[in-house]
Design a protein around this ligand. Structure first.
Ligand SMILES: NC(=O)c1ccc[n+]([C@@H]2O[C@H](COP(=O)([O-])OP(=O)(O)OC[C@H]3O[C@@H](n4cnc5c(N)ncnc54)[C@H](OP(=O)(O)O)[C@@H]3O)[C@@H](O)[C@H]2O)c1
Length: 346
């Protein structure tokens, strides 16, 4: 029996060929929904790895990883087992990210090589700069925690990191490179100076945080928008919660549409994302939920009226504010996001 013939999809799997794909400016096709792998400090690394393995069996072909999630070695064992059971490397898409403490020359490539070793892969499909700041903090720290060495965005420094990203792409360690948690003014500078332009930008996007201007900016520049926290991150760590936060899955419009379709409101968030044209990467370790999210991407589309209704419930409510990456005491978190259309100075 050939190795390939050992691969068995689950009986209720979604055919990966039915899942929408996004064309990157390079011509490569990226599966239009992925599985997130950040356990939000409370889901065990093994539980995430088990979900990755089973998600592949139900039809997922895109996995969003990062060194800072602390679980790449576990996820890597799941990838190895998948490949040993006959899934070809070319059949699935893996993203990873360089963490904020590895932006320096020499560090970016070393970090990518470490992720490759942990994930037991020869190449990544996508490698991202996780945040545009070199600011970091101890895992699980309080939101008021600030690193003494924290800095604002300094474009020359970001470009030094980006040159390393370009080098690792040249070496074939990653087939594409991209950005995450950027803003329009920061991306304008990167687009001006990059030799290899980012293929995606990963950013928070859900019905209560639609980022319409940024979304269109990305499409206009042939950069694919990838949506993290597409359900509104109900399991996010305590440090990422404030009293002003809203919950898209409790929005009456989402709840009413979910009732009509007979699905959980989370699945309406996923349908909206896929139909709008972004690539959601929902996290779940529950089979019913990750299978439901994948099914949402291929079944029973929302009507134009439902899409328009959801378009009208944007609350501009950013949930992942990034306070720990601020560089001054008593600084508003909005400074990280260039809300006035200019990069926030020191
Ligand atoms: N680039 C970045 O800076 C960045 C930042 C944040 C996140 N991310 C990536 O994006 C991924 C997803 O973001 P996220 O985890 O913050 O938020 P999310 O995907 O919006 O929400 C995940 C939560 O929703 C629940 N859920 C998922 N599907 C469901 C369903 N069908 N019905 C009911 N509940 C459901 C999950 O619980 P159960 O497990 O109980 O189903 C989990 O608690 C992360 O895992 C990570 O890979 C990237």
């Amino acid at each position: 029996m050939s190795v390939r013939s050992k691969w068995r999809a689950a009986g209720d799997a979604i055919d990966p060929l039915l899942v929408p794909r996004r064309r990157l400016y390079t011509g490569a096709m990226m599966p239009g929904i992925g599985l997130g792998t950040f356990g939000s400090d409370h889901v065990s690394h093994q539980a995430v790895a088990d979900a990755v393995k089973d998600a592949a069996a139900v039809g997922y072909r895109h996995f969003d990883c990062a060194s800072v999630y602390g679980n790449e070695a576990f996820v890597g064992r799941a990838f190895r087992e998948l490949m040993e059971s006959g899934l070809n490397r070319e059949q699935f898409w893996v993203t990873s990210k360089v963490w904020n403490d590895m932006h320096g020359e020499g560090d970016v490539i070393a970090s990518c090589e470490k992720s490759l070793a942990d994930l037991q892969l020869k190449y990544l499909d996508m490698y991202l700069v996780h945040w545009p700041f070199p600011n970091h903090h101890p895992p699980g720290c309080d939101v008021s925690s600030r690193s003494g060495a924290a800095q604002p965005y300094i474009h020359e420094n970001y470009m030094r990191t980006w040159r390393e990203m370009e080098r690792l792409a040249d070496r074939g360690l990653a087939r594409h490179i991209g950005t995450s948690n950027m803003t329009i003014p920061k991306l304008r500078l990167l687009l001006r100076d990059a030799r290899i332009k980012p293929a995606i930008n990963e950013m928070e996007m859900h019905p209560h945080f639609q980022q319409t201007e940024f979304f269109h900016f990305l499409l206009d520049h042939e950069i694919q928008p990838v949506a993290f926290s597409p359900i509104g991150s109900p399991g996010r760590p305590e440090r990422d919660r404030t009293p002003e936060d809203t919950t898209p899955t409790e929005d009456p419009v989402i709840v009413a549409i979910a009732r009509k379709h007979g699905v959980h409101p989370a699945e309406i968030c996923i349908k909206w994302a896929v139909q709008r044209g972004q690539t959601p990467i929902p996290f779940s370790v529950k089979r019913m939920n990750y299978l439901g999210n994948l099914r949402a991407a291929v079944s029973d589309p929302l009507t134009d009226e439902e899409m328009n209704e959801i378009g009208r419930i944007d609350r501009n409510c950013r949930l992942i504010k990034g306070q720990v990456f601020l560089w001054r005491e008593n600084q508003p978190w909005e400074d990280l996001w260039d809300v006035n259309g200019e990069i926030t100075p020191r």
